[in-house]
Design a binder for this molecule. Structure first.
Ligand code: MD6
Ligand code: FE
Length: 226
C-alpha cells in the first residue's frame, strides 16, 4: 500500500522543485515569463516570413525625438506599426517610408504569439501589430517602457531569432536595479499584468554568426496597440 508519509528524502525533492523552476520556464517578475525554446522548431519559418515582410516594408533606422538615429533597424507587420521620428513615438497604419499599409501579419507570427500568450496565462491574445527589430553586432536598445499601446491589460509577446543577446530587465522606475538575462534563438518572453510597464532594453550585441540569420539578431514584439 502506498504511503503518503514524507520521508526526509521526499521532502528534499519537494524542496528542490520549489526552489528551482523548470529550466524552460523562468518567471522574471509577477506577470512576466521567459519561455525558453518555445519557438525553437519554428525559427526557419519565422525568418522566411520576416524576410517576406521586409520585402514589402524594408528595415530602416528610425530617428528618436531627440534627433539620434537608432542603431537597431526596424519594420512592422500588421494593421498598426510602431514608428518614431522627430515629432515622437506613435502607432501608424501606414509605413511612412512608402505611404502604404504595413505588410499583413504572417499567419505563423499570429498563431505563435497567441500560443505563447496562452502558455503564459494570457488567453485570447489578438495582436494588431508586430514590431520587427534587427540588430547587428554593436547595436543596442536603451532602457525604455512600452507604453504607446492603448490597452495595458494586453501583454507583449517577444520572440528572439538568430544571434544571442543580453536582455536588460529593470523595474517600474528607471532607477531600479537592472538584471541581465541571456536570450537565445527561439526564446519567447511574455509580459503583462503588473509587469507590463517594466523598464527593459537590450545590451550591445556581441559579434557572432548564426546558422539561420548570419551576423544578425531579429526580435519580434507583438502588441495589441489599438
Ligand atoms: C528586443 N524588445 O528584445 C527588444 N519590449 O530586441 C523589447 O523592447 C521588448 O522584448 C516589450 C516587450 C518585450 C520586448
Ligand atoms: Fe520594448
Amino acid at each position: 500500500m502506498a504511503s503518503t508519509t514524507h520521508t526526509p528524502l521526499d521532502a528534499g525533492f519537494r524542496r528542490h522543485d520549489e526552489l528551482f523552476e523548470r529550466p524552460d520556464r523562468e518567471t522574471l517578475a509577477d506577470g512576466a515569463v521567459l519561455l525558453r525554446g518555445f519557438a525553437a522548431s519554428e525559427t526557419p519559418r519565422l525568418v522566411i516570413d520576416l524576410q517576406g515582410v521586409a520585402a514589402g516594408s524594408p528595415f530602416r533606422h528610425m530617428i528618436v525625438p531627440g534627433g539620434h538615429t537608432m542603431s537597431v533597424a526596424m519594420t512592422n507587420a500588421g494593421a498598426l506599426g510602431w514608428v518614431t521620428d522627430r515629432s515622437g513615438y506613435r502607432y501608424d497604419p501606414l509605413d511612412p517610408e512608402i505611404g502604404r499599409p504595413w505588410p499583413a501579419m504572417p499567419e505563423s507570427f499570429r498563431t505563435l504569439a497567441a500560443r505563447a500568450a496562452e502558455a503564459a496565462g494570457f488567453p485570447g491574445f489578438a495582436p494588431d501589430g508586430c514590431l520587427i527589430n534587427r540588430y547587428t553586432p554593436g547595436a543596442r536598445l536603451t532602457l525604455h517602457q512600452d507604453r504607446n499601446e492603448r490597452d495595458f491589460t494586453q501583454p507583449i509577446v517577444s520572440v528572439s531569432l538568430g544571434l544571442p543577446a543580453k536582455f536588460l530587465w529593470g523595474g517600474a522606475t528607471r532607477k531600479d536595479k537592472v538584471k541581465r538575462i541571456p536570450l537565445a534563438s527561439g526564446d519567447v518572453a511574455v509580459w503583462g499584468g503588473p509587469a507590463r510597464l517594466t523598464f527593459h532594453g537590450v545590451d550591445k550585441l556581441a559579434e557572432g554568426s548564426d546558422p539561420l540569420t548570419g551576423r544578425c539578431r531579429f526580435n519580434l514584439t507583438f502588441r495589441k496597440a489599438g
